[in-house]
Write a protein that binds this ligand. Structure first.
Ligand code: URA
Length: 304
């Protein structure tokens, strides 16, 4: 909390004393360094960092939010600011950064560490991070948007488990309830999709880790799958994805506000395979973007 207040007033603060001793810092996976780029000039005005797994989705989001904010014109193409790297992409549309983070917490956390440092060096203030993702749903119609109001790790614990110096450590998963409800309240009765506040189950695997039996190897039965998905349902879990535990825990540790907003591609109570047509998936993928764009415009006091 103390860190959060300082972030609003003095520019982002990070809980890493080693950074103060460094004269340069190579944000290698974005191809940007502290000395090669004027980070305060480039990113000092950033207020929102939107991230998601896929590079193309986050490129599309940058253009979409840019047009919604009136800072990108109809045929304009934004440059990829991470063009020196082929790991992640990075676009800026007014006060919004849009970057991809790949699949799973290990990839996402690399992107998040570097984005946090980028904005720390840029002396950005009062920045909100939002993950815009895709997920499996539980007991909700495919195409629903889930705004996480809780998240648990693969062992169903409210902690992000990682290994440092060969020892397991736990960092608490803290969800900003006010932010989650502000984002979910941007839904409209005329929307062709539901927006649901719910608990997210975060796994380290798409196949057995999410109780699927159709991976390349498998030691669980279809009955195990069914029982487990029913168990998740009974525990109030609304969706399954692969990044929220690390995202919430790292953002909390860094003292920045964050939220996770994902669209469901399937209902795991009835199937395990994502089979909807590409154009249907593409329309569903826009839904969290539409919701988050409304939220950002509301925050920036742009008429919606
Ligand atoms: N992403 C996941 O992690 N799981 C799904 O079922 C769909 C998308």
């Amino acid at each position: 909390m103390e860190n959060e207040n300082r972030n609003a007033q003095n520019g982002m603060q990070l809980p890493n004393p080693h950074l103060a001793q460094m004269t340069d810092d190579n944000l290698y996976h974005f191809g940007i360094s502290r000395t090669s780029h004027d980070l305060p000039a480039l990113f000092g005005d950033v207020k929102f960092v939107c991230v998601g797994g896929s590079a193309r989705r986050m490129e599309n989001f940058a253009h979409y939010i840019g047009k919604e904010l009136g800072v990108v014109s109809a045929n304009e193409r934004l440059p990829n600011l991470a063009g020196n790297s082929d790991r992640f992409v990075l676009y800026k549309a007014g006060p919004v950064l849009s970057a991809n983070h790949g699949i799973g917490v290990p990839s996402m956390s690399v992107a998040l560490h570097e984005l946090l440092k980028m904005l720390f060096y840029a002396r950005s203030r009062d920045v909100t991070f939002i993950r815009i993702g895709t997920c499996g749903g539980i007991g909700v119609p495919p195409g629903s948007v889930i705004v996480s109001n809780a998240a648990v790790n693969g062992k169903m614990e409210p902690a992000f488990e990682t290994v440092v110096l060969a020892k397991g450590i736990h960092r608490p998963i803290i969800v900003d309830q006010e932010l989650a409800s502000q984002i979910s309240s941007c839904s409209r009765t005329e929307d062709p999709f539901k927006v649901i506040l719910g608990k997210t189950y975060c796994t380290d695997d798409f196949f057995e880790g999410q109780a699927r039996t159709h991976g390349a190897v498998c030691d669980i039965s279809e009955e195990d799958e069914l029982q487990f998905v029913k168990h998740l349902n009974s525990q109030g879990v609304k969706n399954i994805e692969m990044e929220s535990a690390g995202f919430f825990a790292l953002c909390h540790k860094a003292g920045v506000k964050c939220s996770v907003v994902c669209v469901t591609f399937i209902d795991r109570l009835s199937t395990e395979d994502v089979t909807a047509d590409a154009d249907v998936l593409s329309e569903w993928t826009q839904r969290p973007q539409v919701l988050v764009a409304r939220f950002i415009k509301k925050r920036l006091v742009i008429s919606v």
